[in-house]
Write a new protein. Sequence first.
Length: 89
Amino acid sequence: MTEPDHNCDDALSELYTYLDGELNDVVVAKVEAHLQHCSPCLEAFDFEAELRRVVSTKCRDKMPDEMRAKIFAVIERLEAGDQSAPAGG
């Protein structure tokens, strides 16, 4: 007995792992085959892919060095076992 083809629920549930490139070749082939024949799913995938592209190119604010240093200092204290590291400070 062969596995059933991917349906819309299957394809959409794998949307993010597909876009992240985290699926094996067999599942990628099934998702891509479904997308070739299902315009609504293809539109959903296209939208998410474009959204990711925009976010990755437009959201590139750099954290100030002072804030970065404070965060690393808190992490180092926590790793050293100092549980009194400030939560919001």
